[in-house]
Design a protein around this ligand. Structure first.
Ligand code: AMP
Ligand code: ZN
Length: 113
């Protein structure tokens, strides 16, 4: 997608602090971190949100979760970390290229705001 911020970060057309990449996903530091660790994990493939994911994306979505767990282990977040997909403006989604938030390094409350 030409006009998508995260497609541009993935393509290195605009700067981003990429901390991990493989053949399916890339992960980068959130520009406005809400916790000491705040990483976004996105597929190279553009889709807007989980709502647009199909059965054929099941393995990719599972892979995104496993990358989050691996980064959490790497960063010693095992006391507790949070993984969040915001889906739709009503849930706070502001960038419409699917991404998983990985947040850690502080305690979290439930329910979230
Ligand atoms: P969401 O609100 O779930 O769509 O999350 C979008 C996230 O992208 C927010 O946490 C923003 O801080 C983050 N963000 C926006 N622009 C950039 C950027 N250029 N580089 C890294 N993170 C960004
Ligand atoms: Zn995109």
């Amino acid at each position: 997608m030409n006009d998508c911020l995260f497609c541009k970060i993935g393509a290195k057309k605009i700067p981003g602090k990429i901390v991990y990449e493989d053949d399916r996903v890339f992960a980068f530091e959130d520009i406005n971190p809400q916790a000491p660790t705040h990483i976004l994990i996105s597929p190279w493939k553009h889709f807007s949100s989980l709502t647009d994911a199909a059965q054929e994306d099941a393995a990719l979505l599972g892979h995104i979760l496993l990358v989050a767990a691996s980064l959490a282990r790497e960063r010693n977040l095992l006391e507790g970390y949070r993984t969040v997909f915001n889906n739709g403006a009503g849930a706070g989604q502001s960038v419409f290229h699917l991404h998983l938030h990985l947040l850690g390094g502080r305690t979290f409350r439930w329910p979230p705001g």
